[in-house]
Write a protein that binds this ligand. Structure first.
Ligand code: HEM
Length: 197
């Protein structure tokens, strides 16, 4: 069954970018299309990060193995979307003006946090293959725990960039808090999980 579901979920994960591209092409992204591109790809990066983190608790809640089979793909989609997000910033916001970009990274804390999160995601993406998993052994698990720090940095990035209405980043922060709590206290979920036996 998951042979059908996995490719379907893969296509579903690509859908936000496809829709954004179509709307960009059709000039349907409003008065500031570049801003919409940067913001939506940023939001999708964060959504995929949180979805990735939700897979282990979901496995504990449902007792099913399929969430773990989706985890790597969702994590890689988060990396994919952050690459697009960063590209929009480098190309559309600054057009490779490296002096400006470096100044921005140093001076604006939300860019510092975003850049840090992106940098930490690189080793996770590189080591996401089965081969690397085997090669790193127990160190692989420790390394991939960085995803929690990356999600915290991503939420901080969002909280710091918003000027007035904090509601949306606070919702993401609360979701992250629940996921962190589930990680720190997995027994909470185990006690309430469905056990078919
Ligand atoms: C894991 C890493 C990252 C995550 C999760 C992330 C997430 C986000 C989110 C959620 C937004 C706000 C979307 C909205 O306003 O609705 C955003 C905006 C933005 N991000 Fe990121 N981002 C990340 C990395 C980066 C990096 C590396 C850069 C550039 C160095 C960057 C630059 C920006 C910019 C310029 C904006 C728009 C700010 C504005 O419109 O005022 N982000 N990002």
């Amino acid at each position: 069954m998951h042979r059908v579901i996995k490719p379907l979920i893969f296509l579903l994960c690509l859908l936000p970018l496809v829709l954004l591209s179509i709307n960009f092409y059709l000039d349907e992204l409003g008065a500031n299309p570049f801003e919409v591109l940067t913001r939506s790809t940023g939001e999708w990066t964060l959504r995929f990060l949180l979805l990735t983190l939700a897979m282990t608790p979901l496995r504990q809640l449902t007792g099913s193995a399929w969430p773990l089979r989706m985890r790597r793909m969702l994590g890689l989609f988060s990396f994919f979307y952050v690459c697009v997000h960063l590209s929009t910033y480098l190309v559309l916001d600054h057009f490779f003006d490296w002096d400006e970009i470096i100044k921005d990274i140093i001076k604006r804390p939300y860019i510092t946090f975003g850049m840090l999160a992106f940098t930490l995601l690189i080793p996770l993406a590189i080591t996401s293959t089965n081969k690397m998993m085997k090669r790193l052994g127990r160190r692989w698990k420790s390394l991939h725990k960085l995803v929690y720090l990356i999600a915290i940095l991503g939420v901080l990035h969002f909280l710091l960039l918003v000027k007035a209405d904090l509601r949306e980043p606070i919702i993401y922060a609360l979701i992250l808090l629940v996921l962190l709590a589930a990680r720190l206290k997995p027994t909470l979920l185990k006690k309430h999980s469905f056990n078919p036996n």
